[in-house]
Design a protein around this ligand. Structure first.
Ligand code: HSE
Length: 305
C-alpha cells in the first residue's frame, strides 16, 4: 500500500493593490493523507473546517481534482482520503487553492511520470482562474506571479520573521465568483496608475524589509471599492487596523476577511481594532494572529504493508 501526505498553507490573495498577482502564505494548514490500496472503492474522511458541508464522494473538489490528474490509474485501485482542514471555507484564505494544490500534488506522487512542479502550478492556477493563491500556497512567503507567453512566472520574498498577519474573519461567508461578479470590466486610468504606485511601493517595502512603504503600498482602487457593498464596513476596518498599528491592511483575497500586516507585538491590538470596527456595522467577527509560512507545499511519501 502506498501513502502520500500533503500539507498546504492558507493564503491571502491580492494584498490590496496586487489584484490576482500578489499573495501571502499563512501558517494555517490543510493536510491530506491519501492511501492507495488493492481493490476498488473510495473512502473519504474530513475533519475540521468543512467537515459538516463538504461531500464525501467523487464530487468532492479534492477527490475530483485528484482523479483527473491521476487518469486511468484511478480505476485500478481503491483510494482512501483523509482530510484535516484548518483553512476556513469561503473566507478569503485560499481554501479552494489549497484543496486543488493538495489534490494535484498528492496525485502527482502516484504518477509513474510525474508532472514538473512548474506544470503542476500552472494547472492549479488555470483551474483556480487566478494564480495569486496557488503560487503563495505552493512556494510560501510573499509571492508575485505573472503570465508570460502562456507560462506562469513567479518569485517569492521571505518577509522578516517578526512580520505577522492579523486576520479578521466576519461571521459570514462570501464565494469568490460572487465577489468577482461585482467587479467592473473596465477601470479608470487614474485608478490603474494608483494601483501601480501601490504595488511598486509594496514590493520595495518587502524587498527592503521597510514597513514604512506598506500603508500606501496596500491601498487599492481596482477591486475593494466595488466589493465594499458585499462587505459593509470594509474601508473602516482597514483604516482601524492601520490606526491600531498595522503597516497596511486589505481585504483578504475575495473576502470577506480582512488582513492587517503588522509586527508580532501589535497583532492583538490590530485584531481587536478590526473586530470593533466590524461591530460598528453589526457584523460579528473574530481574529486570528497568523505567522507567515515560508515553506509552502510539503509532500511526503511512504509505503505501508
Ligand atoms: N485574486 C482573487 C480575487 C483571490 O480577488 O478574486 C480570490 O481568492
Amino acid at each position: 500500500m502506498k501513502t502520500v501526505l500533503v500539507r498546504v498553507p492558507a493564503s491571502s490573495g491580492n494584498l490590496g493593490a496586487g489584484f490576482d498577482v500578489l499573495g501571502l502564505a499563512l501558517k494555517l494548514y490543510d493536510t491530506l493523507w491519501v492511501q492507495r490500496k488493492k481493490g476498488r472503492g473510495l473512502q473519504v474522511s474530513i475533519a475540521g473546517e468543512g467537515a459538516q458541508e463538504l461531500p464525501r464522494n467523487r464530487s468532492n473538489l479534492v477527490v475530483r481534482t485528484f482523479s483527473k490528474i491521476l487518469g486511468p490509474d484511478w480505476n485500478r485501485y481503491a483510494w482512501s482520503f483523509e482530510m484535516k482542514n484548518q483553512i476556513p471555507l469561503k473566507k478569503g484564505l485560499g481554501s479552494s487553492a489549497a484543496a486543488r494544490l493538495a489534490a494535484m500534488a498528492a496525485a502527482n506522487a502516484f504518477l509513474k511520470k510525474p508532472l514538473s512542479q512548474e506544470e503542476l502550478l500552472k494547472r492549479a492556477a488555470l483551474a483556480e482562474g487566478h494564480a495569486d493563491n496557488v503560487v503563495a500556497a505552493h512556494r510560501g512567503g510573499m509571492c508575485a506571479s505573472l503570465w508570460s507567453n502562456r507560462e506562469l512566472r513567479y518569485f517569492s520574498i521571505r518577509p522578516p520573521s517578526h512580520w505577522i498577519a492579523a486576520v479578521c474573519l466576519p461571521d459570514r461567508t462570501l464565494s469568490t465568483p460572487k465577489s468577482r461578479a461585482v467587479l467592473p470590466k473596465k477601470v479608470r486610468l487614474q485608478d490603474a496608475v494608483s494601483n501601480l504606485m501601490s504595488v511598486a511601493g509594496f514590493l520595495y517595502g518587502f524587498l527592503r524589509r521597510d514597513a514604512g512603504w506598506l500603508t500606501r503600498g496596500m491601498q487599492d482602487r481596482l477591486h475593494q471599492p466595488y466589493r465594499q457593498k458585499l462587505i459593509p464596513g470594509l474601508s473602516h476596518v482597514c483604516k482601524s487596523a492601520v490606526r491600531a498599528g498595522a503597516f497596511g491592511s486589505a481585504l483578504s483575497g475575495a473576502g470577506p476577511s480582512v488582513l492587517g500586516l503588522c509586527s508580532r507585538p501589535k497583532g492583538p491590538q490590530v485584531g481587536v481594532a478590526m473586530v470593533k470596527a466590524f461591530r460598528k456595522f453589526q457584523i460579528p467577527s473574530r481574529f486570528l494572529l497568523l505567522e507567515i509560512d515560508r515553506e509552502g507545499l510539503q509532500v511526503s511519501q511512504g509505503r505501508v504493508r
